[in-house]
Design a binder for this molecule. Structure first.
Ligand code: ADP
Length: 197
């Protein structure tokens, strides 16, 4: 498979002199799910280096701070030696250029993802012809899974143990527990482990 990927990237002229293909996997990862992690694990077998890049997006109100998300991802990927974790702001293409990466990696869950992802890939191509967007289809068992689904379940007190790694499930439960405590007018001195919506 690595050879096939090499062949494709070679014909697209994106292999560097040192024969290394670096892929950036950009996203919000608020929080990272088993679906994201499945994609990261599979892509780590295709590329010499994969950088999971958390977008610092001032327009979104996340559940977890960027620093918390970075730590969650680091813990979840520590068994994959060629996977790095970083954050960026601005354009993913510019970040990829800065990292000397040749590939932007995106996951496809359903046709609904495809429309927006294809538009984004075309847009990015207008910004840099050197960077290729590579789509990986999600594994079947995670095709329904998104960070929003995880948050929605947890918000209503459901279990997310089967959707995220155990340490992240704990972070989520703590976060929503604290939130419900904080909304109690009698509660004092509450420090939230996550961003306050
Ligand atoms: P964004 O805000 O960029 O959509 P996300 O964190 O939601 O960020 O997703 C980042 C990338 O991961 C996207 O390419 C998305 O399609 C992909 N992705 C999300 N959920 C899954 C999943 N369950 N399986 C595979 N890929 C996924």
């Amino acid at each position: 498979m690595l050879d096939l990927m090499k062949l494709c990237t070679k014909s697209a002229n994106i292999i560097t002199e040192n024969n290394i293909v670096i892929a950036i996997y950009p996203g919000s990862f608020d929080p990272i799910t088993l679906g994201h992690l499945d994609l990261i694990r599979r892509s780590s077998r295709l590329f010499e280096r994969v950088i999971v890049a958390v977008l610092r997006n001032p327009n979104k109100r996340p559940l977890f701070t960027v620093e918390q998300r970075l730590e969650q991802i680091r813990l979840s990927t520590k068994h994959l030696p060629n996977v790095g974790v970083d954050s960026f702001d601005g354009l993913a293409v510019e970040y990829a250029q800065m990292q000397q990466a040749q590939v932007l990696l995106r996951g496809l869950r359903a046709v609904s993802d495809f429309e927006i992802e294809l538009q984004m890939a075309h847009t990015n191509k207008t910004l840099s012809t050197q960077i290729e967007t590579v789509f990986l289809a999600t594994s079947n068992e995670y095709s329904f899974l998104s960070s929003s689904v995880v948050k929605e379940i947890a918000r209503f007190g459901g279990s997310v143990d089967h959707l995220v790694p155990p340490h992240i499930a704990l972070d989520i439960y703590q976060c929503y527990n604290q939130k419900s405590l904080a909304s109690n007018p009698n509660a004092t001195n509450i420090t939230l482990p996550c961003e306050s919506p």
